[in-house]
Ligand binder design. Structure first.
Ligand SMILES: [Zn+2]
Length: 124
C-alpha cells in the first residue's frame, strides 16, 4: 500500500491510502523523492482555489524522483532513471494549441491541480 497527502478543505490535509495502478501504455510510474510546495499550493491550501480544485485532491506539481515501472511502448525511460515532470498536459486541438500556445490550452490539465499530483509515494 502507498500513501498520498490529500487536500480536503481549507487548511486541512490528511494522508490516505492511494491507488497504485500499473502504468498504462505510454505512462511511467515514479517514486517521488522530493516535492516542492509552490505558491499555488499555498493558495490551494488556504482554500482560495476551491472553485477549481476538486477535494480530496493530491497536490504537487514540482517534484523530483525516480522511475519505478514503465508501461507498454515506453522506450526512452527505464526503472531507476532520475526524472522531473513538466506538469502540463494539453490537447493540441483547441484554438490556443493550434496557435502554438499550448500553455493556455482551453482544456489544460495542470497536473497536481486538475488531476492527481506528486505528493504520494507512487505516481503514475
Ligand atoms: Zn488545447
Amino acid at each position: 500500500m502507498t500513501l498520498a497527502v490529500r487536500y480536503l478543505a481549507a487548511r486541512t490535509l490528511d494522508t490516505a491510502p492511494a491507488e497504485n495502478p500499473p502504468p498504462g501504455p505510454g505512462q511511467v510510474e515514479i517514486a517521488p523523492a522530493y516535492v516542492g510546495i509552490c505558491g499555488t499550493d499555498l493558495h490551494i491550501f488556504h482554500g482560495d482555489m476551491d472553485a477549481r480544485v476538486a477535494a480530496p485532491a493530491v497536490l504537487g506539481h514540482e517534484m523530483a524522483g525516480r522511475i519505478v515501472r514503465v508501461g507498454a511502448g515506453v522506450a526512452d525511460w527505464s526503472p531507476g532513471d532520475a526524472v522531473t515532470v513538466m506538469p502540463l498536459r494539453w490537447d493540441d486541438t483547441c484554438p490556443a494549441c493550434q496557435a502554438g500556445h499550448q500553455h493556455i490550452c482551453q482544456h489544460l490539465d495542470f497536473i497536481g491541480i486538475d488531476s492527481p499530483g506528486a505528493m504520494q509515494q507512487r505516481w503514475t
